[in-house]
Design a protein around this ligand. Structure first.
Ligand code: G6P
Length: 740
């Protein structure tokens, strides 16, 4: 509306200016013509009357002059003496314009005469002075004719009025025509724009006109910014909300996930059939619910002995098996590849390098070769799976530090978000790896690199600064290398909420009774649990030692307290893991031998794989859960325990060296190396009044329910889609105009 008013003001303003200019020009011209006209008339009248004038002047007769001024435009005529005196004048000659008012030059003028137009209060007046024929010996008398030029001004007024009127009519007609044309083209433009904006929601493919492509990108960028803001400010991430956000952002395009571990492992069950195993992996725990919400393809190592019996011709299998939603693409690795890439470089090199757990990393060049080779193979697989030239790829964990770079070579426009699930060490520690620079360079092929905590982000940026030819942008939190920017962001991982395993588990009272019965414990037994892969970073030995210290200090717990350690076998090919398993076994035996008696062996060690339902029963049956990691990016066991305890009972004792300790501050946070403090925390947990347990658990449950895995994924994917949109905008690449 305002724009229309502005347009009209502008239109009429300019028309008025043009009209004014045109009429001024015309009036100037008209005045010139009139002057020429009256000058000619004056000369005509003077030459006609000349002989008589001479006599009239001599006799002082004014009649002749009165006859001359009958011409309606002549106001007066006078005869001036050579000295400038008025000898005779017609009746009513204007006194102010008499012979005395003439300049000297007018009285001395020759045959050509003298003309001047002067402005008066009632309009312009034109004076003409012409010599009257005379004796050669005498100076001539002059005939002064005064012409009324006010008619020129009147005409000018009329002309001006008509010119303005004409331009006003033209302006009105122009504005009306312009508004009709604008209305019509607006209707067609908005129709086209609507078609463009709704294109992603239409089944039929719509061709987007070129001129709309930049606009479309801008609009999408804006919508995405708003979505990001909305996502940032709102809490309450759910699978549905993640699905909606991604539908809006990706328009149905699936995401590609690369993770070494697969979410479902097909194994032979020993009785001629197959079984599906859910691996013990924090990464899988977090990512699997996200894939259920997002759909897409998960590319992983097919590690089960029956994995390739269930895949199609492209090594795909639809999962989850009970209700397929997304694709699992399995990669076959040779035993040499698995040895060098997975056991060797990943788990004997990078895993101990990144965790402060007193384990020495081993770096062998043969493992490094295999690691790169397998990373290339996975990059090839991603490129095969990509449906667009700029897919969003989520690369997971330390198995794939080189993949982002290799993938960038194959798909230069991909948006690669790499999430590092384990800690990132200080630069001093990182340089222990002979290929530290290569690892950093590989990761910087990513658009975004994510860690659980800001501290790990800082370590990564510091390392890039010290080891590479790169530039840090601390404000944007990014590393720029070879003209490419990689954002470095903290995304604290979490679990699904509500937890599907918790929902499928019997109520706490029932679990409590059943588990005690199955373990052969009295109904009122106090029970602590630990749930881990058998890994030296988990502090399982320190945990059992803390239990031993507790029993040393609290004889009242003898015969009343049991600690059940679920230890899933892990990476057992590696010596450090085999010897850990032996040490843990021996430690449990020693403690049991030291304190045990008829009907009471305080440590229950279950060294086998447990499926999630069994683990959730254990969580619900326990009085406390002790997570004692020596170094852990996040630790999802802590969050799963909280998710399981909808009865609000049970106490979490949590190592200060986990990422989770930063969020779950209502846990009893301990240093697992400090056995006295850990034993005291275990005792405090067992003695904690129910009311306090409820308060703490309620608060932790609120936090985990808010900071759930859908939020983790949502924030990452929104950042990724935003980055992609910016890159598309930069290259003016239209997503819908792309060939699919
Ligand atoms: C950690 C790693 C994951 C890994 C999991 C289990 O959580 O960050 O990438 O999947 O351990 O280890 P595994 O070697 O059995 O996959």
């Amino acid at each position: 509306m305002r724009a229309a008013v502005r347009y009209l003001v502008l239109l009429f303003g300019s028309l008025a200016l043009v009209a004014w200019g045109a009429s001024a020009l015309f009036n100037l011209q008209a005045m010139e013509w009139a002057q020429r006209d009256v000058a000619a008339r004056a000369r005509l009248a003077a030459s006609a009357a000349d002989p008589s004038l001479r006599q009239a002047a001599g006799r002082g007769e004014r009649q002749l002059l009165n006859n001359m001024v009958r011409d309606e435009r002549l106001m007066g005529a006078a005869i001036c003496s050579p000295s400038g005196r008025s000898e005779i004048a017609s009746d009513g000659f204007p006194a102010s314009l008499g012979c005395r008012s003439l300049p000297e030059e007018a009285l001395r003028v020759g045959e050509e005469g003298w003309d001047r137009t002067i402005a008066g209060p009632s309009g312009a007046t034109h004076l003409t002075v012409l010599p009257i024929s005379h004796e050669v010996s005498q100076p001539p008398r002059m005939l002064l004719l005064v012409h009324d030029m006010s008619y020129v001004d009147r005409r000018a007024d009329t002309t001006r009025r008509y010119t303005f009127l004409a331009f006003a009519v033209v302006g009105l007609l122009g504005a009306a025509a312009a508004s009709v044309v604008a209305r019509l083209s607006w209707l067609s433009w908005t129709a086209q724009l609507r078609m463009v904006l709704l294109a992603p929601f239409k089944a039929a493919r719509v061709v987007i006109p070129r001129r709309f492509q930049p606009l479309l990108s801008d609009v999408r960028d804006l919508v995405s910014t708003l979505a990001v803001e909305e996502a940032r400010t709102e809490s309450g991430w759910t699978p549905e909300r993640l699905k909606q956000v991604l539908q809006r952002q990706l328009g149905g395009e699936g995401i590609l996930v690369v993770a070494n571990r697969e979410p479902y492992i097909h194994e032979r069950d020993g009785a001629g059939g197959l079984r599906v195993v859910h691996p013990a992996s924090g990464l899988v725990t977090a990512l699997e619910p996200v894939m259920r919400a997002c759909s897409g393809t998960w590319i992983a190592h097919g590690s089960g002995d029956a994995d390739f019996e269930v895949v199609d011709g492209h090594d795909h299998v639809r999962v989850p098996p009970e209700r397929p939603i997304y694709d699992l693409r399995r990669l076959r690795l040779t035993p040499e590849e698995e040895q060098g890439y997975y056991y060797g470089f990943s788990n004997e090199g990078l895993w101990p390098l990144c965790h402060i757990a007193d384990a020495r990393p081993s770096f062998r060049s043969t493992d490094w070769e295999r690691y790169q080779q397998v990373n290339r193979r996975f990059a090839d697989a991603v490129a095969e799976e990509a449906a667009v030239p700029d897919p969003i790829v989520l690369v997971q964990d330390y198995h794939f530090a080189m993949l982002p770079r290799y993938l960038r070579e194959r798909l230069p426009r991909a948006t690669i978000l790499t999430f590092w699930h384990i800690p990132w060490p200080h630069a001093e520690r990182l340089v222990v790896c002979p290929w530290a620079r290569e690892l950093l360079g590989g990761l910087l092929g990513s658009s975004i690199v994510g860690f659980h905590t800001q501290a790990h982000c800082n370590n990564f940026m510091e390392a890039a600064d010290r080891l590479l030819e790169s530039r840090l942008d601390r404000e944007r939190q990014s590393v720029i290398q070879a003209g490419r920017e990689t954002l470095v962001r903290p995304y604290p991982i979490s679990i699904d909420w509500p937890s599907r395993w918790a929902d499928a588990t019997a109520p706490a009272e029932q679990c409590r009774a059943e588990v005690r019965r199955e373990l052969g414990l009295p109904a009122d037994a106090l029970l602590g649990v630990g749930v881990d892969r058998l890994d030296y970073t988990k502090g399982i030995e320190e945990r059992l030692l803390a239990v031993e210290r507790l029993l040393e200090r609290q004889p009242r717990l003898h015969g009343r307290f049991w600690f059940a350690q679920i230890a899933a076998p892990s990476r057992a090919v590696i010596e450090a893991y085999r010897s850990l398993a032996e040490r843990v076994e021996a430690l449990a035996d020693r403690i049991n031998a030291r304190f045990g008696r008829e009907g009471w062996r305080p440590i229950i060690l279950a060294r086998r794989h447990h499926e999630p339902p069994a683990i959730f029963r254990m969580y619900r049956a326990a009085d406390l859960c002790y997570v004692s990691s020596l170094d852990d990016g996040m630790n999802l066991v802590a969050k799963e325990f909280v998710a399981a305890r909808d009865d609000l009972h049970g106490v979490l004792v949590l190592s200060q060296f986990t990422g989770a300790a930063r969020e779950l501050t209502e846990a009893l946070v301990v240093n697992p190396y400090d056995l006295d403090a850990a034993a005291a925390a275990l005792l405090a947990a067992l003695d904690m009044p129910l009311e306090e347990q409820e308060d703490r658990m309620r608060s932790m449950r609120t936090l985990v329910s808010e900071l759930n895995v859908y939020r983790w994924a949502g924030k990452m994917l929104l950042d990724a889609t935003r980055t992609r949109r910016k890159e598309r905008l930069a290259s003016r690449l239209s997503p819908v105009a792309e060939p699919r």
